[in-house]
Design a protein around this ligand. Sequence first.
Ligand code: DCM
Ligand code: MG
Length: 330
Amino acid sequence: MCTTWDPPPKPIETFVFMDLEATGLPPSQPKIAEMCLFAVNRHAFENPQYSNFSLRSVPLFPRLVDKLCICINPDKAFTPEARLITGLNNEAFSENKKQSFNIHIIHMITAFFNRQHSPVCLVAHSGCSYDFPLLKAELSAIGISALDEIYCADTFKALKALDKENNRLHQFTYQKFGSKKSYKLDDLYFKFYKEYPLNSHSAEGDVITLIRVFQQHARDLMHWMDSNARQFNTIRTMYKGSERRASISRAPWSLQHPSFLQVGPCQPRLATMYSFPAGDDRASLKQNTAEQGYDQFRPLNNTDIPDEIKNMLLFLLGLAIITWIVLNPV
Ligand code: DCM
Ligand code: MG
């Protein structure tokens, strides 16, 4: 889906990490149910902080992060799979009186982006195949062009491309024993942190996981994105849905600043959150293919035995059988 594009004219200043939860996968024409954006300035990745108390040199999560997490009534039934993995359901959105994707969301997003130092790059894992075209579909259903000024980049593609550039020995040492290398977000996280992430398949949880994975290769990833990010307005919409301009007139209050639009598991799960760094500490078409990892979507259980250990046990079992046969010839 991603072909040719113009990279940013100068190094990216702000990386806005995004994750969307939705009612399903293509071709079901999914609708967004949760959106989370964390904006991190380049400075934070170039000057990581480390804990004084940890033996391992794991970078601390960036402290100065602007965050925007929104619950959105999708007005469409979740597929059983989406319902299962996200823990979201249509009844909860109605009961919690959540609004659908409307002009106010665009207002919030553009205001959020306007506060960031440009060039700004939207970053999502498998973004080119799922999150970006899906966001585009929802924006075009409202009938308003937004986010035309920003760039976007896909960490799935970036990490794969960076691995290709590295030599084969390096790849071999990073590869799971006896298995194809996985670029699934949770597996990447496990590789670096030796545990599975919390809150998988919540928009906020996945954004935090993505940033922690990004931190492990921040310099290489930023460098790759400086020359490979593409303009968001070159992303094709996932599908052409029915326009929802009507929802603007039903909105409870009117837009005060339409000029904004010209610019370019939460706990509880249905909490809409704005948080910006503040002195009082308040801040606080993914392809349905095995390669993209969607063959293995399931609720994550941190007590699952990791594949590496399973493979190692199988290997030891094989070795024991061969040894037994060699020592006990018939
Ligand atoms: N999704 C799905 N079935 C899967 C994997 C994902 O329906 N097997 C949909 C629902 C999720 C959305 O994709 O809300 C985004 O996935 P993720 O949680 O990986 O960001
Ligand atoms: Mg997610």
